[in-house]
Design a protein around this ligand. Structure first.
Ligand SMILES: [Zn+2]
Length: 414
């Protein structure tokens, strides 16, 4: 379940205003519960040939409408009134994309129904005000202002770098040849990994060497960081000392090696923090800050009103470490935030760490499923805070139920 919403604030929520909005949506192909009940009502209340929608919509204070957008039968648009001057428009659907498309469309229709002033009337949209408070109040209080170092631009760049670290060292640095890239065993195509390594080289965490190898023994005959020098070498009549072929007939390849920057990047917990950040962003979380190497926390994020605080470290973590993360979350909770504390490590943890009750990620392969579930629960909780548990879609006035008097025939007495 995914959702988007916006609040429209204005003083005029008269039946006429609401009817104009609903009629516009109906005219654009939306099916609405109130709209359909309006048709059914005629069978139960006094027939009135002039009955307009705004006559049925007497009680717009508690008004709720549930609509199905055209061509999106699984999506729901819910309009309700959480406060006297506010109408909340909520779009609920199966995935982020469908929800966003439906929210954009409904905004356009409402804008036209309201005469083009919708933008100025929207007071909150998708928790925007909460995100502002998170950035302004929460991050400084947690000491998380970002460390200013650019993250790797490659998704899973840290994972790739970590796999590179496990490769055999050549002249002291773990190295992989472009022709043997599949040895890194990352769940991506060879072409994608090649592109990612090129990007890591541009980021300075990987060195790129052009090499010439013996076709028989795989001995390295020449290396250079310059492709032109390799071209010049291959153009010579020099022969391979191992097999006797001319070097122009030997194999050319590219070697990717861990650079000093790459080593220090992995020696800190930066790579793990980046992994948490890129995973959160991929799952649709916009407000994420990481600052590796803090006291208790390495980062925080805000999503659907939930503040997620996390510690992401390599190696063994103690119960005291987990409690420190929990304490930070509890402090925020006492200030009125919904929170979730997470400890991410690359290895299994002992039971006393788990007993602290915070969410534990043991090994990066389980990071995404755990975060997916935490975020799904956050959306669900948010939905419950945004909508009443029970809707009152229609109100029927008692005067509508009173049958009209039968016309009297007056007989004159003799
Ligand atoms: Zn050779």
């Amino acid at each position: 379940m995914y959702l988007e919403y916006f609040d429209i604030k204005q003083t005029d929520w008269s039946p006429a205003t609401v009817a104009t909005m609903l009629n516009r949506l109906q005219g654009s192909g939306y099916r609405g519960l109130t709209l359909e009940v309006q048709g059914v009502l005629e069978r139960f209340v006094q027939f009135r040939p002039d009955r307009a929608l705004e006559v049925s919509l007497r009680g717009t204070e508690r008004f709720t409408e549930i609509l199905i957008p055209p061509a999106q039968p699984q999506t729901r648009v819910i309009i309700h009134r959480p406060a006297s001057e506010i109408a909340r428009v909520l779009v609920v659907g199966r995935n982020q994309h469908e929800v966003h498309v439906a929210a954009t469309a409904v905004k356009m229709h409402l804008e036209q129904a309201m005469g083009g002033k919708l933008k100025d009337l929207i007071t909150d949209e998708n928790g925007r005000t909460g995100l502002t408070r998170f950035r302004r109040d929460v991050l400084p209080a947690l000491g998380l202002l970002g460390d200013g170092r650019p993250s790797l631009r490659v998704p899973d760049g840290a994972a790739l770098l970590k796999l590179l670290r496990g490769q055999p060292a050549i002249r002291g640095k773990p190295t992989v040849l472009a022709s043997q890239i599949s040895a890194l065993k990352l769940d991506r195509s060879v072409e994608q990994m090649r592109e990612a390594l090129e990007q890591l080289a541009a980021d300075g965490v990987v060195e790129r060497w052009y090499v010439v190898l013996c076709s028989e023994g795989s001995h390295w005959l020449a290396v250079s960081e310059s492709p032109d020098e390799i071209k010049a070498y291959v153009a010579t009549k020099v022969a391979c000392p191992h097999c006797g072929r001319r070097v122009s007939e030997e194999k050319s390849d590219t070697a990717y090696r861990m650079s000093e920057n790459g080593q220090s990047y992995l020696s800190q917990n930066r790579w793990l923090c980046d992994l948490v950040e890129t995973t959160l962003r991929r799952l649709g979380v916009e407000a994420v800050t990481v600052q590796p190497g803090g006291q208790a926390l390495d980062g925080a994020a805000c999503y659907h009103g939930l503040v997620l605080v996390f510690r992401a470290r390599e190696g063994k973590q103690s119960a005291a470490d987990a409690k420190a993360v929990r304490d930070q979350a509890q402090t925020l909770e006492s200030q009125g935030w919904r929170t979730h504390a997470i400890l991410v490590t690359d290895q299994p943890l002992s039971d006393d760490v788990k007993k602290t009750g915070i969410t534990i990620v043991e090994g990066v392969s389980t990071l995404e499923p755990v975060l997916t579930e935490v975020l799904r629960a956050a959306r669900m909780t948010n939905l419950q805070t945004l909508l009443p548990a029970i809707f009152h879609p229609v109100s029927v006035s008692v005067t509508d139920l009173i049958p009209a008097d039968q016309p009297q025939t007056v007989t004159a007495a003799n």
